[in-house]
Each structure stands twice: as structure tokens, then as C-alpha cells.
Design a protein around this ligand. Structure first.
Ligand code: ZN
Length: 137
């Protein structure tokens, strides 16, 4: 990657750029244009909180993804998977199944019977927001 560090002085972290450059190890994946490179850097900066997370994501891409249609979608998806669970807010007594352990769903009586739903506490709402972001329930 060319030295052009002042491109987005605030938005783009040096670590995202450093990690994105590692994609050059995989010619089938590495962006072919500067715009593609910038997109990957932006994606890392958006989805990872620090260089360790970005490094982990890029290592996973290099180790496990031989080719893909949409590199930034893969990066975003891997970043979501590796994100440490402590980012999730704590649950409440309704979804707690053991001290410090919360069920992903709680059973609620809904019209027409019982069903599994996300809890109404901050943790449940966080999970529900993620469901919506993934186009789920
Ligand atoms: Zn709860």
C-alpha cells in the first residue's frame, strides 16, 4: 500500500491500514484498486475496535477464505463472530440461567401459545438489534 497516511486523518486508523495490507498475501482476495483497499480499511475500522481484533479478522480471512464474492461482508461477519462476548450487556433475572450466564432466548406466553423471544432487558434488546441487523426476526 502506498504511503498516503493523511488520506482520512481521523476516520482511518493506521492499524486498519496495516492489517488490510496483509491481504496482499492472498492475491485472490487482495483488493485490486485503491478504492477497494480503502473499502477494506473502512470496513476494518468500522467493525473492529482495535488492531488485535483486526489482526484476528485478517488472519481468519487468510487462513479460511480461499475466495469470496464480497470481502467486506466476510470481514464484517468474521468481526462479529470474534468480538468478545463481554461487549454484550449483562442480562437480567428473567433471562439468567446461572450466575453470570444468560439464555439467548426466554420463553414467553404469546398469543397462541408459548414461544422463544429475546428478553426485554438491555442484553435481550442488544441481541434483538443484532437479529434485525442480520435480517433475522
Ligand atoms: Zn433479560
Amino acid at each position: 500500500m502506498e504511503a498516503n497516511a493523511v488520506r482520512h486523518p481521523v476516520m482511518i486508523s493506521g492499524w486498519a491500514e496495516r492489517q488490510a495490507a496483509r491481504l496482499d498475501a492472498a492475491p485472490a482476495l487482495a483488493p485490486k484498486t485503491k478504492a477497494g483497499c480503502d473499502e477494506v480499511i473502512d470496513c476494518l475500522a468500522r467493525n473492529c475496535r482495535n488492531e488485535d481484533e483486526a489482526r484476528h479478522v485478517i488472519t481468519t480471512v487468510l487462513d479460511e477464505i480461499p475466495r469470496c464474492q464480497n470481502l467486506t461482508a466476510e470481514i464484517a461477519s468474521i468481526a462479529r463472530e470474534i468480538r468478545p462476548p463481554e461487549q454484550l450487556p449483562d442480562g437480567c433475572s428473567a433471562c439468567e440461567v446461572a450466575p453470570g450466564i444468560w439464555a439467548p432466548f426466554v420463553t414467553r406466553e404469546l398469543t397462541g401459545g408459548f414461544g422463544s423471544v429475546r428478553c426485554t432487558c438491555p442484553r435481550g434488546r442488544w441481541l434483538a438489534a443484532r437479529d434485525r441487523a442480520r435480517g433475522g426476526i
